[in-house]
Design a protein around this ligand. Structure first.
Ligand SMILES: *Cc1c(COP(=O)(O)O)cnc(C)c1O
Length: 432
């Protein structure tokens, strides 16, 4: 029922067009209610003061919004985390998570297989702010241990690196980070909490590009930061003085106020609120709607991907396939351990004949859309060497295994027989 809150009879047109019209509670919606609003009116003087004193309730969408909060709780629950913060994109999630841990003079240790946007962020933007990064390849704990410096404040991994599926041994690297009280941040965009929950394997923070599998429909961008809620000031407080020091005005510290949730409280109330990469409530709503079908999509995408990887592996026009679910993958043992429900939808394969052959395949395919996006319900294809990976030197491309004939696919939920037929035709054109 709609209710006008002020009798409008004696008001002018311009005033009347601005009078609030409120929906009377209780009204129940099948979906998460969409509060597409910049802010929330206070009932009275005392309520506004109370909000600023306690932080309870809602005032302004950059600080909190009920639609965004609902989706944050869903993601935290599915990841097995204590709390989550939703932001405007995956890149924003990575920046906000890292700036919750590092400042000028600090050091990040990152896996060598890293999303290009994150790699650029570390090597250029964070470098300009005085944060340095080293990259470590492989899973040898001693190599990770040797690369840690006194200034290291974050270890950053991707749970399923793109495009080569060179899986990290999460628990082994978490153990090395934790020997020194350092936080492990895992970008789990390609795994999703349906396939893998990094917090169960030692991650302290999990980040997502919600633009990919969580939203799933390819309509919106979003990002999430999930915290395990296990911040231990005794072991790690000396590394993160912004969490243990009194507040700027001499009040209690984050740890005093939030205990093991100090890290995510700082990320939410300070880093995200001040940098301001707020997600639109509409986009949060659409991410939330997407998540309701996450398990079905990812299950189907993974089984389709395994079938297609197997087909490609046996095809004479294909030189190699990097899918951790294949028995021939050097990462199969790690896949069995960390990804028993399925190995995801994104992988690379390399065709004989270099870039010429790769171009022919892409242009011949009818069911694979050439796009930089991934995690969509539709199948997508991309040539990394001429697109996502143009910022790398020949030597770096060689180390990353990105060859002239390498193509990345993100497998969708189509009928797999149709996708295989499409690839069969594309590969026949390429090798003609
Ligand atoms: C896409 C992606 C990002 C960046 O996310 P956006 O939502 O595009 O900002 C970060 N990490 C990984 C692994 C990604 O695939």
């Amino acid at each position: 029922m709609l209710r006008r809150t002020t009798a409008a009879t004696d008001l002018g047109f311009a005033t009347r067009q601005l009078q609030p019209i409120e929906v009377e509670e209780p009204v129940r919606s099948r979906t998460t209610p969409l509060y597409l609003t910049a802010g929330f009116p206070f009932d009275a003087f005392d309520e506004s003061a109370e909000h600023f004193r306690t932080g309870d309730g809602y005032s302004y969408t950059r600080v909190a919004n009920p639609t965004i909060t609902a989706v944050e709780r869903r993601i935290a629950d599915l990841e097995g985390g204590a709390d989550a913060v939703l932001v405007g994109s995956g890149q924003a999630a990575i920046v906000v998570a890292l700036l919750g841990l590092v400042g000028a003079g600090d050091h990040v240790l990152a896996g060598a297989s890293m999303y290009e946007g994150t790699r650029g962020l570390l090597l250029e933007e964070l470098a300009r702010l005085g944060v340095t990064t080293d990259f470590v390849a492989g899973n040898d704990p001693d190599a990770w241990r040797a690369a840690i410096r006194p200034e290291t404040r974050a270890v950053l991994l991707e749970s399923i690196p793109n495009p080569r599926n060179d899986l990290p041994d999460l628990q082994a690297i978490a153990d090395v980070a934790h020997e020194r009280g350092i936080a492990l941040v895992v970008d789990s965009t390609l795994a999703t909490p349906y396939l893998l929950r990094p917090i169960e394997h030692g991650a302290d923070l999990v980040v997502h590009s919600a633009s990919k599998f969580l939203a799933g429909q390819g309509a919106v961008l979003g990002g999430a930061i999930v915290d395990a809620g296990t911040f231990d000031a005794t072991r790690s407080g000396h590394l993160y003085p912004h969490l243990t020091a009194p507040s700027r005005v001499g009040g209690p510290s984050r740890v005093d106020r939030h205990g093991p949730l100090a890290r995510i409280a700082h990320i939410r109330d300070s880093v995200a609120v001040r940098l301001g990469p707020t997600i639109s409530p509409l986009n949060a709503f659409l991410v939330g709607q997407g998540i309701e079908t996450l398990s079905l999509r990812v299950e189907r995408q993974s089984s389709n991907a395994l079938a297609i990887a197997t087909f490609l592996h046996d095809h004479p026009a294909v030189a190699s396939v990097d899918y951790s679910g294949l028995p021939s993958s050097p990462y199969r043992a790690l896949a069995d351990r960390y990804l028993p429900r399925g190995q995801g939808s994104v992988f690379a394969f390399t065709v004989h004949g270099g870039e010429v052959a790769a171009r022919r395949v892409v242009d011949a395919l009818a069911l694979f859309t050439p796009m930089t996006h991934l995690g969509d319900v539709r199948s997508l294809i991309l040539h990394p060497r001429t697109t996502s990976h143009t910022q790398r030197t020949e030597a770096e491309l060689g180390l990353a295994g990105i060859e002239a004939g390498t193509l990345r696919v993100s497998i969708g939920i189509e009928d797999v027989a149709d996708l295989v037929r499409d690839l069969e035709r594309g590969l026949a054109v390429a090798s003609a």
